[in-house]
Design a protein around this ligand. Structure first.
Ligand SMILES: Cc1cc2nc3c(=O)[nH]c(=O)nc-3n(C[C@H](O)[C@H](O)[C@H](O)COP(=O)(O)OP(=O)(O)OC[C@H]3O[C@@H](n4cnc5c(N)ncnc54)[C@H](O)[C@@H]3O)c2cc1C
Length: 729
């Protein structure tokens, strides 16, 4: 059965004969590393179910003990989970398993066991006498999981993992007459240690089968969506709609493979389905049938029906269908795509469509592009085509909260109305001055681009969005220029504006998101250059008096991601404009990060300032996910700056630890510290650390501000525990 389903990878000799000889108890281990099981685990669950249907007895082993250790992964040590986390994960995974397999006390009923029950009283001495003595180090070293880690290093804890898993088999054999272990092919090494241990300790033969991992047509592990996130069985983490879409989006080759693995239909029926599919692949009959089978099995018939209705919306539907579908459903379908917000205030006055698409939502980067698409009749609002002269108003708001923008056939943007108790945009100093009396008594906050703000709940006060724009330049002498910029201007656009005019200095800070007004707040910086290096002064309105005050360079009290506006003068000033000194012959800074590598690759020997900007844009775009494609909070943590003694201790223990002198102290990259704790690419629910850049916290869709905050707290705790450095956000 497993062979024709394409699941079979390897087995211990005579396993098939054993299964044909008698009803056999077989187990699969589930390590509780997350609150939910995912599609990769589901293939193991399906295996247990098939075992049960074939008349054998399934045992689901929850890794309360193995989870405390962690099996060695290719990329490095795992971060240890807390005992509370493990217990909570076991409890929720148990519930999920119960949904798929029949548990009970009958001969063929499944049972669930937790290896913590037999390990909790096992003393270290007993373990090395009773277990360790039977397996040689060279045997353990020969396993791929250990070999893979010899160069990067493997702790004794993870090295020992295979003995703990091995002992499980021995225990289950002795206590439950369990003669079979099943698992994914990556578990072969750990599984055979168990087989070997039973043989050496008891002289008995036990059996094992591994199943090939589900891979995509490009050979990578299946079970992750295009955004790289796992397909979870928990509907809160992966909705039935997303699961259904995941199945529908498989290639022909993948779907044939998945159908054989996951479907409970018999061989004949599956072969007939395959013939029908191959005759007319465009009908996607297997995609639909497996989508139905899996969505119904993992969730329910009702949720499958809803997933279908939502899927239809993407390709058909009109404004009436949008009105008839509730907000949560629409958010499910379209909210996972690019999302923008717009002010209700402004909508009530009507917004010119081009302005709406560019300035308000930033769907298009320029008026020219927006006009071109409108001219091509390619833009729809709420599934209705719109022309270039139309206005978007509150009439276009669906379900009180959203507007759906569509470009061409397939590209959607989900525009939500900003949810604050009140959101006001200010376009002039007068607008701000009119608000000042309210600011004396009401809760408020200023918002630039919002790229450095994390809302952990709705803000129940007045949000003032800065839309003050204006730039001017005055020559100081033949080289230097005094540039004045109003605070609502977009930082990156401003950097490009200065480069266009031959005013240099800011090029290394290209592509930092946000507005000019927020730049002095935290003295933004990148690639070896900071805002303060070019700042002459900052003009700000004192909120208590309405007076415009000028803070010269010294008064701004700039530090590493610090200024007086962030500390002593917090919430007392509105930053109105900044004065910078730029230069036509500003020095080139190419030594930081990978800038020089990019220049070398492009064979640029004497780079211009524009070349540096282009290189920074290229590096940032390749290293940092674009927030409009994959929600992320950029570099969330500051690099700790520590005393020399503390740094020396670290470098002694980790000779490869990157470190940079910073005055009489040493700066340690936060990204490296976080990566060492195993967070790079780690994911918890919808939040995680980016796979290429541990510093970047990513929202894979649907994570709340609170979840992101909690995740950042976890990172801080782990780094503190391991390195005794306090990370700051
Ligand atoms: C993907 C990504 C990459 C990033 N990369 C970098 C980087 O390389 N270097 C770096 O330094 N930062 C970086 N950041 C952080 C962010 O870009 C900067 O902090 C930026 O200055 C924030 O600008 P903003 O307009 O979005 O500010 P907001 O997030 O809107 O506001 C930030 C704070 O400033 C206050 N504020 C904003 N405007 C004013 C004003 N006019 N007067 C008074 N208070 C005001 C707000 O109330 C808030 O407290 C990154 C962020 C992201 C998401």
């Amino acid at each position: 059965e497993l062979k024709w389903r394409g699941k079979f990878q390897d087995c211990v000799a005579e396993t098939e004969a054993q299964l044909q000889k008698e009803s056999t108890a077989g187990y699969i281990g589930f390590d509780p590393t997350a609150s939910s099981l995912h599609l990769g685990n589901f293939q193991q669950i399906v295996l247990l179910k098939r075992l049960q249907l074939a008349g054998h007895k399934p045992i689901a082993l929850m890794g309360g003990a193995t989870g405390r250790v962690g099996d060695p992964k290719m990329t490095g040590e795992r971060t240890l989970l807390s005992i509370d986390e493990i217990d909570a994960y076991i409890a929720s995974q148990k519930k999920q398993l119960e949904k798929f397999i029949e548990f009970g006390t009958g001969k063929n009923d499944a049972i669930m066991v937790n290896n913590y029950d037999w390990f909790k009283d096992f003393s270290f001495l007993d373990f090395i006498r009773d277990v360790g003595k039977h397996i040689t180090v060279s045997y353990m070293m020969s396993k791929d999981s250990v070999q893979n880690r010899l160069e990067s290093g493997i702790s004794f804890t993870e090295f020992t993992y295979q003995l703990i898993q091995g002992y499980d088999f021995l225990h289950l054999y002795k206590n439950y007459n369990c003669k079979l272990q099943l698992g994914g092919s990556d578990q072969w090494g750990n599984i055979t240690t168990g087989v070997e241990l039973v043989r050496r300790v008891l002289g008995e033969k036990v059996y094992a089968i591994t199943s090939s991992l589900v891979t995509k047509s490009d050979g990578t592990k299946m079970g992750k969506s295009e955004a790289g996130e796992n397909i979870w069985l928990d509907p809160k983490q992966t909705s039935p709609y997303k699961l259904y879409q995941f199945v529908l989006n498989r290639t022909d080759e993948e779907i044939l493979n998945l159908n054989r693995r996951f479907s409970f239909k018999g061989k004949e029926e599956i072969e007939a389905m395959e013939a029908e599919f191959k005759a007319a692949p465009h009908l996607r009959s297997i995609h639909k049938s497996l989508g139905q089978e899996l969505t119904t099995m993992i969730h329910s018939e009702g949720e499958y029906q809803q997933a279908i209705a939502l899927s239809d919306l993407l390709f058909s539907g009109d404004i009436e269908t949008l009105k008839a579908t509730d907000y949560d459903g629409l958010k499910e379908v379209f909210g996972g795509l690019k999302q923008f917000t717009v002010s209700r205030d402004k909508l009530s006055q009507g917004i010119d469509i081009t302005e709406f698409l560019v300035a308000d939502t930033q769907i298009f980067p320029s008026n020219g592009q927006a006009r071109q698409k409108l001219g091509e009749n390619a833009i729809s609002i709420n599934k209705t085509k719109v022309a270039g002269d139309c206005k978007v108003t509150t009439q276009d708001v669906l379900h009180e909260k959203m507007i759906l923008v569509q470009q061409g056939k397939k590209t959607y943007y989900f525009v939500e109305l900003a949810q604050a108790s009140e959101l006001i945009e200010i376009f002039s100093l007068d607008d701000l001055k009119q608000l000042l009396p309210r600011l004396a008594t009401e809760k408020f906050m200023f918002l630039g681009g919002g790229s450095n703000v994390l809302f952990i709940k709705d803000f129940d006060g007045l949000v003032i969005v800065n839309r003050l724009i204006g730039l001017c330049a005055d020559p100081i002498n033949e080289n230097d220029i005094h540039v004045t910029a109003l605070s609502g201007e977009n930082w990156h656009e401003f950097v490009l504006w200065t480069l266009d005019r031959g005013f240099f200095g800011l090029e290394n800070m290209s592509l930092i998101p946000g507005t000019i007004g927020a730049a002095p707040m935290q003295n933004i910086g990148a690639y070896g250059v900071e805002f303060k290096d070019y700042c002459l002064s900052v003009d700000a309105i004192e909120l208590a008096t309405g007076e415009l005050k000028s803070f010269d360079y010294a008064a701004c009290d700039f530090g590493y991601r610090e200024s007086i506006f962030k500390r002593a003068m917090k919430d007392q000033y509105f930053i109105y404009q900044v004065h910078l000194k730029l230069s036509r012959n500003s020095p080139i800074h190419a030594s930081y990060g990978n800038i020089q590598d990019v220049l070398n690759r492009k064979a640029i020997l004497s780079p211009s300032h524009r070349d540096i900007s282009d290189a920074v844009i290229e590096i940032r775009s390749s290293k940092l996910p674009n927030p409009t494609d994959l929600g992320n909070a950029g570099s969330f943590f500051k690099n700790p700056v520590v005393d020399k003694e503390k740094a020396e201790i670290l470098i002694k223990e980790y000779p490869n630890a990157p470190n940079f002198p910073d005055g009489d102290k040493v700066k340690i990259p936060a990204g490296w510290l976080i990566e060492q704790c195993g967070f790079k690419g780690y994911k918890e629910g919808n939040v995680g650390s980016h796979k290429d850049q541990a510093l970047v916290i990513v929202n894979y869709g649907g994570a709340t501000g609170q979840e992101i905050y909690d995740y950042s707290e976890k990172i801080i705790r782990e780094v503190e525990k391991r390195f005794k450095f306090a990370l700051e956000r």
